[in-house]
Design a protein around this ligand. Structure first.
Ligand SMILES: [Zn+2]
Length: 275
């Protein structure tokens, strides 16, 4: 019987590959993993997308990365493209263009599974468990993980929350318009609309963790006018901000929590929440 591919199956496939290659230390050598999967070249180029995976005539594959991205981001994109070669049905014989990776969007099954593969190739379970043993769920631990495994803070935070999601969450905020406002702003049939365009606000880009009842909605704007997320956003030095506070995510959900926040890439704030 054909095995249904889900997150657990992909994690198992990653573990098998890492064992075959004999990976026993971080940061993981992605070129070595790539060579096992038929990737004969990885190049950094001027492209608008995060990455591309292109089949070559000799049966091998080439990976192209956006050279403007950070090193940690490029590593995640590389690992995501390796995910395409690992996940059943991940390649179709044509080139794969990834505009953005690492969104862990469950609605896009293959892309979601490639993100899962990426996280697990970059942070192999056994090495990760060993590294975080006895460490608390704090932003400092997440900074340490990102340095050890050469991954972004967001990737490190997500992997940490996945270990025990019930009382923890990661919420990534971005300074942006509502999706609907973006559409209106891009529509030329609204002359003069640009003049009264709504301001950008810090909104939930994505969130993961807590119980099912505490679903943190995407695009929700930050309601509080004073809190650690805003302090982190305004902090040019990108230091860690922390405090106990209530964060309101609409009329249904207010979370009283320990919150830590740090500015990451331009316009983005990573926050972690502990009940
Ligand atoms: Zn992809």
């Amino acid at each position: 019987m054909k095995q249904r591919v889900n997150e657990a199956v992909v994690i198992e496939m990653c573990t098998k590959l890492l064992e075959e290659v004999g990976v026993d230390e971080a940061p993981v050598d992605l070129r070595l993993l790539g060579s096992m999967l038929g990737v004969s070249s990885i190049a950094e180029v001027d492209i608008p997308e995060a990455g591309k995976l292109i089949p070559k005539t000799d049966g091998n594959f080439a990976i192209f990365l956006n050279k403007a991205d950070s090193q940690a981001r490029k590593r995640f994109t590389t690992a995501h493209e390796l995910g395409h070669l690992l996940v059943p049905g991940g390649v179709s014989g044509r080139e794969i263009i990834d505009y953005e990776v690492g969104l862990f969007d469950k609605e896009k099954t293959i892309e979601f599974l490639c993100d899962v593969a990426a996280a697990n190739l970059l942070m192999p379970t056994s090495l990760f468990d060993e590294f975080v043993k006895g460490k608390k769920f704090t932003l400092q631990t997440i900074v340490d993980i990102s340095q050890k495994f050469n991954v972004s803070l967001e990737a490190a935070a997500l992997q940490m929350v996945k270990r025990s999601p019930g009382k923890r969450a990661v919420v990534v905020w971005e300074h942006m318009h509502k999706p609907k406002e973006e559409v209106l702003l891009a529509t030329p049939t609204f002359p003069g609309f640009e003049d009264c365009a709504p301001d950008k606000l810090l909104r939930v880009k994505y969130a993961f963790g807590l119980s099912r009842k505490e679903h943190i909605p995407k695009s929700k704007s930050l309601e509080e006018s004073k809190n650690v997320i805003l302090s982190a956003f305004e902090d040019q030095k990108k230091s860690i901000h922390k405090s106990r506070q209530v964060i309101t995510f609409g009329p249904q959900l207010s979370i009283d929590c320990e919150c830590e926040a740090i500015a990451t890439i331009a316009g983005r704030v990573l926050s972690i929440i502990r009940r």
